[in-house]
Design a protein around this ligand. Structure first.
Ligand SMILES: Nc1ncnc2c1ncn2[C@@H]1O[C@H](COP(=O)(O)OP(=O)(O)OP(=O)(O)O)[C@@H](O)[C@H]1O
Ligand SMILES: [Mg+2]
Length: 181
């Protein structure tokens, strides 16, 4: 993958597929601490203990169309290549927390990518599911949620194109204002 946001999309899609009612995405981007940490939390079906251990193995998947699940193993590999880690905490019937970390200044660390586009794509994929995104840098903190957007724009349908484009620009503008540079 060229950008970390592609990995984020993949992990969030897992949460949506697991019938989550709420998906939370936390990004902690710090030059001071030289880390880029990402946490994706859901209240979906969860996984049994042996499964959450096996899913980072590229030969494990519950998909029938293809034998190999790639999302989690590829993210794990990207993190470890950058002196980081991937951790899965999951409980059947409760939900899943995927946490991963990259050494920020590592030569192999991919750019984060465009978060406005990413959040727009995530919101467009939600079915009966709420979403929250919180992004922290050394300069500040930004948060947006589907609940907030619905209230702000007084819209029930958060997936119409005007709303999605507003979300994309709102995310990008706010991230610029807390950028580390
Ligand atoms: N948040 C989650 N909640 C419940 N089960 C999950 C979650 N994330 C992953 N899984 C389980 O782990 C498996 C492996 O996930 P992974 O993303 O690595 O591959 P995949 O989704 O099967 O395929 P791909 O991502 O390559 O399209 C999934 O098939 C699913 O059964
Ligand atoms: Mg997947």
């Amino acid at each position: 993958m060229k950008e970390i946001s592609m990995h984020i999309l993949d992990i969030v899609m897992n949460s949506i597929k697991a019938k989550a009612k709420l998906v939370e995405l936390y990004i902690d981007d710090s030059i001071k601490r030289n880390l880029l940490k990402i946490v994706i939390k859901d209240d979906g079906t969860g996984m049994a203990e042996d499964m959450s251990r096996q899913v980072t193995d590229p030969f494990y998947t519950t998909r029938t169309t293809r034998k190999v699940g790639l999302g989690l193993p590829m993210l794990k590999e990207s993190c470890e290549r950058c002196n980081g880690y991937l951790k899965i905490e999951s409980e059947l019937g409760k939900g899943t927390i995927v946490s991963c970390c990259f050494e920020r200044n590592n030569i192999d660390r991919m750019p984060l990518g465009n978060m406005g586009d990413t959040i727009m794509t995530i919101i467009n994929s939600l079915e009966n599911c709420e979403f929250l995104y919180n992004h922290i840098t050394d300069a500040g903190n930004f948060e947006i949620s589907t609940a907030y957007v619905k209230e702000m724009l007084e819209t029930g349908d958060i997936r119409d194109s005007e709303t999605l484009l507003w979300v994309r620009d709102y995310v990008n503008e706010n991230l610029k204002s807390i950028s580390n540079f």
